[in-house]
Design a protein around this ligand. Structure first.
Ligand SMILES: CC(C)(COP(=O)(O)OP(=O)(O)OC[C@H]1O[C@@H](n2cnc3c(N)ncnc32)[C@H](O)[C@@H]1OP(=O)(O)O)[C@@H](O)C(=O)NCCC(=O)NCCS
Length: 163
């Protein structure tokens, strides 16, 4: 099954509601009123399409850095799919496509992802893409009334090239 990515438009907002449940439970939040830009070199996102072309979620990324220079910047990616689209390989495909775009079209050496220690579906999806678990990020995320531990994952350009 192949998931495609495309630029988001404001017409997509009714689909991109989030769950506000499970690993997406962050309490009351205002509705989204803007979509993420498709520029890989800035914080942004794409829509995720099912094989029939239906919009079923979005991938996103934020840039952060591990040092003061440009070479030490990297994107941290995230994903959300509507519940009916889950468990069909789309999350794995969409994140694989996004990683591929970063390594083909930017000079970045490292792409990161972070997920809750209990989010087995995302952990498995990341591992199938080729990510390695770097370690536990303790008490990093406030969700559903408490601070939660997460796993930090990364994939390096050398991993992507199979070196
Ligand atoms: C996490 C998410 C992106 C995964 O995408 P997906 O399309 O559902 O997952 P896939 O179908 O690609 O499956 C990936 C792997 O996870 C496994 N998996 C899927 N759902 C699972 C679940 N609920 N529990 C355990 N494993 C699960 C699959 O079996 C597969 O592993 P396998 O090939 O070894 O069998 C998607 O479920 C989602 O959007 N969840 C809600 C939002 C979220 O948690 N986003 C990530 C926040 S960091």
């Amino acid at each position: 099954m192949t998931a495609l990515l495309r630029e988001l438009t404001v017409e997509d907002l009714p689909v991109l509601t989030g769950d506000n449940a499970g690993f997406d439970y962050f309490g009351p939040r205002p509705a989204r009123t803007t979509v993420l830009p498709p520029n890989l070199n800035e914080n942004g996102g794409f829509g995720v399409l099912a094989p029939g072309g239906e919009l079923v979620g979005n991938v996103s990324w934020v840039w952060q850095r591990w040092g003061p220079n440009e070479q030490s910047r990297n994107p941290m990616i995230g994903i959300w799919l509507v519940p009916t689209a889950r468990g069909r390989g789309l999350g794995t495909q969409a994140q694989s496509t996004l990683v591929d775009l970063f390594f083909r079209h930017t000079t970045v050496n490292r792409v990161e992802a972070h997920t809750d220690v209990g989010n087995v579906a995302e952990q498995r999806a990341l591992e199938k893409v080729g990510f390695t678990q770097d370690g536990t990020i303790r008490g990093a995320q406030w969700r559903d009334g408490e601070f939660r531990d997460g796993f930090l994952y990364s994939i390096l350009r050398s991993d992507w090239l199979g070196e």
